[in-house]
Design a binder for this molecule. Structure first.
Ligand code: SF4
Ligand code: SF4
Length: 92
């Protein structure tokens, strides 16, 4: 079994260096998981390392399409929430 990365990935790069099997790659089309390499971290960690670090809800799914971090589990994607609010900056 292997996990997969969906279009909800915000391309933050957080997961890539954590994978014990070098299954995650970053290409022009986005991030991808090699199903031949991904073991869902079984034997290496108690939980999938990519799922533990991923800040984007719905970005990682299992073989059945179930999100590791489903909508609402992280309170919304932190990357979007951290974006500065529109309006004049202090001192302007
Ligand atoms: S579940 Fe584990 S082995 Fe699979 S891509 Fe994520 S970090 Fe790599
Ligand atoms: S941690 Fe999540 S959002 Fe970041 S690159 Fe990996 S799959 Fe995409």
């Amino acid at each position: 079994m292997a996990l997969a990365i969906t279009e909800d990935c915000v391309r933050c790069w957080a997961c890539l260096p954590l994978c014990p099997n070098e299954a995650i790659s970053a290409g022009a089309a986005g991030f991808d998981i090699d199903p031949q390499r991904c073991t869902e971290c079984v034997g290496d960690f108690a939980a999938p390392q990519c799922g533990e670090i991923c800040p984007a809800e719905g970005a990682l799914v299992d073989a059945w399409g179930h999100a590791l971090n489903p909508p609402g589990s992280l309170g919304g994607a932190p990357v979007a929430a951290a974006a500065p609010a529109p309006g004049p900056r202090p001192g302007c």
